[in-house]
Design a protein around this ligand. Structure first.
Ligand SMILES: Nc1ncnc2c1ncn2[C@@H]1O[C@H](COP(=O)(O)OP(=O)(O)OP(=O)(O)O)[C@@H](O)[C@H]1O
Length: 629
């Protein structure tokens, strides 16, 4: 036996860690399958159908009417085909010379041909109507989802399981593609089935229950398979969510340098493959269960079918059904069987789709619950004072508040600098000032209006924010400044904002000036440098000319000239508004009228630069550390 060489072992680097296991449990982990019994399926179908019709109706009424009309037409045609086939059979298998029998059957055969042709045309038109409805239905669901996510209270993003439920809802959106098709096929088979059942029931009452018995096992199999498939999907939701995020980060060109220069490619590909294989393992584990279900239900269906044919033979053999009628019954049984199978299969498919759509619905309901409901007050056009009154905010799932009882008053014309160590609550404070987050305790008052009772849009129309992590929108340079909210028909104010941050030369040198698409990844797009982007983000905020301007680390990527320019501009426009600057560059706080120093969510010092420098507190310590190189 070889003893492992511990010296060699410990010098070997450890293997790459596998992706973390994440459970889609959270407090919303209620699997809808718990309610997905066969009975529940039957109960749910009318609601799903109704919902589908309502959504489709809102998208294109004429196409819905065409679809329903065509379904009805195909159903009637199926009944006519069957009915006239039975009549033709009676003539053809009856007594008399062959030409006479043929002659007698001819009108019925013509009717069968005409009805079959009309049925085909109806089917083609129904597909056309489906093609008109489905893409727009999917877009509608998709837009509803995006809009719902953009509109929820920002605090919802931190709620346990929110992102996973969003992922499940997104699968629901993609399944919308099948919704109309499944509903249409189900309805069509229901109509055909009713028509066929009428004919077969007229032949002998016993045939109908026997046929139903023959197809029921297949339907049961389809429902059970749908449940297994959905259970697998449900178990994979969290993994698919994190895989989607990782895929975006790993393939986003903006992160390409970091991935390459840090040698991350190998690990990222390993990680991606490992997670994908974990998802595959769950999917593969479901395959034998599916196979067992299909085999068992098919065997049962086969036995029942044998019973049906035997019963038909017995009815004919014992003279209970005349021979021509028995021959018609063979055709009718085939047709009814096909319609019934389709009915059950498409019913199961509709049920399957409805499981995914239920995720989408429940997420949209959650998002609606989490939409701002703050009241109808509006803040004044011009704001003179913002007051924070013993404000406390704790992120969901955190043990300590990020802001722990801050009182502060900000007046028009004042520049306030907020400083403090990492995690001391500076950015959270800016989110409370702007009403992005509402305090758990205390109040934020804009000229006496409590933000908890004011319409968020009325507040956000009066704020401009340069966030720490800003977005580089794949939009034209102009929209990157105006954010799609132009103030005038000409570009004068845009150029004014561009000038204010010293970007005129850069923008003029872009291939299409303000019309240039700022996205290297897109055809014809160009890329700016980090500092240039940051200047543009400052231009955005200045363009808005709002009563409150918040700049969170606005110059962290800028050269000294850019930084100097921005701070001059902040000072120049400060008289007309309230300005808050969050920064670790303590020299920049010299321009502030007042500085507040945060530690663990509390204001521990407050004053001017000179006051605080001589106060021998945290601020003075941080300034000294900044100089100690
Ligand atoms: N979205 C969030 N969800 C949960 N906790 C958060 C969230 N954002 C911030 N926190 C936590 O709140 C605390 C304060 O964070 P905040 O971003 O306000 O600090 P900061 O002073 O701006 O830090 P920095 O100087 O690093 O930007 C930190 O403990 C952080 O972990």
């Amino acid at each position: 036996m070889t003893v492992p060489d511990t010296a060699t072992q410990s010098s070997d680097p450890p293997p790459p860690p596998p992706p973390a296991t994440i459970g889609y449990a959270g407090k919303f982990g209620k699997n809808p399958l718990e309610e997905a019994s066969f009975r529940a399926m039957c109960r749910r179908l009318p609601a799903v159908l109704g919902h589908t019709v309502r959504m489709a109706w809102a998208v294109d009424r004429r196409a819905v009417l065409l679809l329903l009309g065509c379904q009805l037409l195909t159903g009637v045609c199926a009944a006519v085909v069957l009915g006239f086939t039975a009549r033709a059979m009676t003539h053809l298998l009856g007594t008399g010379a062959v030409p006479e029998r043929l002659h007698a059957a001819l009108p019925d055969l013509v009717a069968v041909t005409a009805a079959a042709a009309a049925g085909r045309v109806g089917g083609a038109l129904a597909s056309y109507a489906d093609g008109r409805i489905t893409p727009r239905l999917t877009t509608r669901a998709d837009v509803a989802l995006v809009s719902a996510v953009c509109r929820v209270e920002a605090s919802a993003y931190a709620v346990d399981g929110f992102a996973d439920r969003q992922e499940a809802a997104e699968v629901g959106v993609t399944r919308t593609t099948y919704m109309v098709r499944d509903a249409q096929r189900f309805l069509s088979s229901l109509i055909r089935m009713t028509a066929a059942a009428g004919v077969i029931g007229a032949l002998h009452w016993l045939m109908l229950p026997l046929l139903l018995l023959a197809v029921l096992p297949a339907g049961l199999g389809a429902v059970l398979s749908a449940r297994v498939d959905y259970a697998t999907h449900y178990a994979n939701v969290a993994d698919r969510n994190v895989r989607g995020m990782m895929r975006f980060w790993a393939t986003y060109p903006r992160h390409g340098d970091e991935i390459r220069a840090n040698g991350m490619t190998g690990y990222l590909v390993y990680w991606y493959r490992a997670l994908s294989e974990r998802i595959d393992r769950r999917t593969l584990a479901a395959a034998p269960r599916m196979l067992r279900i299909v085999l068992a239900t098919s065997a049962l269906g086969g036995v029942f079918l044998l019973v049906t044919w035997t019963a038909l033979a017995w009815l004919a053999g014992t003279g209970r059904v005349a021979l021509p009628v028995a021959a018609t019954a063979v055709v009718a049984v085939q047709t009814t069987l096909a319609a019934l199978s389709a009915l059950v299969q498409h019913g199961a498919a509709l049920f399957h789709t409805s499981l995914y759509l239920a995720d989408m619905r429940s997420f949209l309901d959650l998002a609606a619950e989490r939409a701002p409901r703050r009241g109808e007050l509006t803040v004044p056009e011009e704001v003179d004072e913002i007051r924070l009154d013993e404000v406390v905010y704790q992120y969901p799932g955190k043990d300590e508040p990020a802001v722990a009882g801050v009182s502060l008053t900000l007046r028009r014309g004042e520049i306030l600098a907020v400083v403090g160590e990492n995690g001391s609550g500076k950015s959270t404070l800016t989110k409370l000032l702007t009403g992005i987050l509402l305090p758990d305790k205390g109040r934020v008052l804009w000229d006496g209006t409590d933000l908890a009772r004011a319409r968020p849009d009325s507040v956000w129309d009066r704020t401009a924010l340069v966030p720490q992590n800003f977005a580089c929108w794949p939009l034209r340079a102009r929209e990157n400044v105006t954010l799609g909210q132009p103030r005038t028909h000409d570009d004068a104010p845009v150029w004014e904002a561009v000038d204010a941050v010293g970007m005129r030369d850069t923008v003029e040198r872009l291939p299409q000036g303000l019309d240039t698409l700022l996205a290297r990844e897109l055809f014809g797009g160009v890329e700016l440098s980090g500092g240039q982007w940051q200047r543009l983000v400052c231009a955005r905020a200045l363009y808005r000319r709002t009563p409150l301007l918040i700049l969170d680390e606005p110059t962290s990527q800028m050269d000294p000239r850019g930084e100097h320019r921005i701070f001059l501009e902040i000072k120049r426009v400060a008289a007309r508004r309230m300005t808050v600057v969050v920064t670790h560059q303590l020299e920049n706080t010299r321009l502030a009228d007042r500085i507040v120093v945060l530690r663990e969510g509390r204001v521990v010092e407050e004053g001017t630069y000179d006051d605080l420098l001589h106060a021998d507190g945290l601020f003075a310590e941080l300034v000294a550390l900044a100089k100690d190189r």
